[in-house]
Design a protein around this ligand. Structure first.
Ligand code: HEC
Length: 459
């Protein structure tokens, strides 16, 4: 209901502005209804649905945008950021695909915010304004059914490189559970670079030699200088050990549609892989993972797949280095989301499908990939990928000095966990009949590691 009113208000405001410019007498707002764009009537409803998810205390937006007093000083910055379309953040080319989770403002919403800033950012009357948005303090997914928290704070030193740190939580479920939503909450965002949560099945050997309930840095495997969470998990883990959640600034937690959920098998553990960075002062972190379970077994099981290339070599200084990856489905699945993944040299990405009959379709284009905003893109309508469909990803890297985020344009860059190294992943989440065995999801030799990922040199 708010949108037509907003548009109507704006049209009226525009009309009056036009009359003023033309020298006509403006009509008194009292007689014709609201003439001026105001905070309470027009701006706040947009902020609530489109901005406060991040711009409220405890979330990643640098300032809260909940009250007039908080928002007024940013009227011009808000106007500029929505006109430039840098806020809300979103990287998909609008000409390719429609996304259920696309946060982009409508043209009318942009006009309203612009008009508000341009007409003096009036407060208006709070009465009759729509009710506040409901947020669960501290969580984006809503109130979790279960929370796993690090029992002791991790001490982050003031300086130096910190190896990937792990903690294992025994999940102690004596029956299978279905995860509808999962979220990682960093304890201290200033030192948490990113965190990945994995489910480890009872028969998996991955990190089995380490104790539960305390942080540790795994010893490097023979012949390597460091561990690779992804490579080692793929080599030692069971096929079903999967990533169930990711945290990095700008990553939204996955919330699946009703009837779709991830399986957390009876007897599984949760493993967190924590990447800390020093911030110049000694600091502490105690991060948490929250899970919401589906009430009933779902119609479809959800699993993350990837078109991955682990053997690329990006030459020093290369400004537009292209890497291709692909994988072919061996079962019918429904596409849940797409998420290209690179590190700071990531420049652009594209994901496509080639259907069994040979028809090609571009699903997603990300013309300017931004490592700080790792979006996942959920198709607006159900899309079935039949058995035999090939999923392709093209990933472009900028290893030149022109890339302001490039830590070293002189280095030759390969696959690796650290942000100075790169990844070339076209991640995609699929949903399918829970009776399908995971090993039947993908075609080809039944190797678990995507080609090249496990064997890739671990520098
Ligand atoms: C996904 C989280 C997120 C959402 C949603 C979001 N912001 Fe932001 N916003 C941020 C973060 C993080 C920053 C600081 C880093 C940056 O500027 O990229 C920021 C910065 C800003 C800034 C200051 C920088 C600038 O560009 O001038 C403004 C103004 C702003 N946001 C307005 C908005 C408005 C208005 C909305 C809704 C229409 C919105 N934001 C939605 C996370 C978000």
């Amino acid at each position: 209901m708010t949108r037509p009113t907003l548009a109507a208000n704006f049209a009226l405001a525009g009309l009056i502005a036009a009359m003023v410019t033309a020298g006509a007498q403006p009509v008194s707002p009292a007689k014709t209804g609201p003439a001026k764009v105001t905070f309470h009537q027009d701006v706040l409803p947009i902020l609530r649905t489109r901005c406060q998810g991040c711009h409220r205390p405890g979330e990643i937006g640098p300032m809260p945008l909940q009250t007039y007093a908080q928002t007024r000083p940013f009227a011009k910055a808000i106007r500029d950021s929505v006109l430039r379309r840098t806020m809300p953040p979103w990287s998909a080319d609008p000409g390719v695909g429609k996304w259920r989770n696309d946060p982009s403002l409508t043209a009318a919403e942009i006009e309203t915010l612009k008009a508000w800033a341009d007409t003096g950012a009036a407060e208006g009357r709070a009465t009759g304004a729509p009710p506040p948005a409901q947020f669960v303090e501290g969580w984006q997914i809503g109130k979790p059914d279960v929370v796993f928290e690090m029992p002791v704070s991790f001490q982050v030193p003031a300086a130096g490189l910190i190896e990937y740190t792990y903690i294992i939580f025994p999940a102690n479920f004596n029956e299978d559970r279905w995860i509808q939503a999962a979220e990682i909450r960093p304890g201290n965002r200033s030192v948490v670079h990113h965190i990945v949560a994995f489910a480890r099945e009872p028969d998996s050997k991955w990190l089995r030699e380490y104790p539960t309930g305390q942080t540790f840095v795994p010893a490097p495997r023979a012949g390597r200088k460091s561990r690779s969470s992804e490579g080692d998990r793929l080599e030692e883990g069971s096929l079903n050990d999967e990533r169930i959640a990711n945290y990095a600034p700008g990553v939204w937690p996955d919330r699946f549609q009703p009837g779709q959920a991830r399986l957390l098998k009876k007897g599984s553990d949760l493993i967190l892989s924590l990447h800390y960075i020093s911030n110049g002062k000694p600091a502490e972190d105690r991060s948490r993972v929250g899970l919401i379970f589906a009430a009933d077994p779902p119609r479809q099981r959800v699993f993350t797949l990837a078109a991955a290339n682990g053997t690329f070599v990006i030459p020093p200084g290369a400004a537009d280095h292209r890497v291709e990856a692909s994988v072919t489905l061996n079962s019918d699945v429904e596409l849940v989301s797409l998420a290209p993944h690179m590190h700071v040299r990531g420049k652009a990405a594209e994901m496509r499908v080639v259907y069994p009959a040979g028809e090609r379709e571009t699903l997603l284009k990300v013309p300017r990939y931004d490592f700080n905003w790792q979006h996942s893109y959920e198709p607006a309508s159900a899309r079935i990928l039949p058995k035999g469909t090939k999923v392709e990803a093209t990933l472009w890297f900028d290893n030149s000095a022109n890339n302001a985020s490039n830590p070293d344009p002189k280095s030759e860059v390969r696959w690796g966990d650290q942000s100075s190294e790169e990844m070339a992943l076209g991640l995609f989440i699929v949903a399918f009949d829970p009776k399908i065995d995971l090993k039947d999801l993908l075609e080809g030799p039944k190797r678990r590691a995507p080609k090249g990922v496990a064997e890739a040199k671990q520098p």
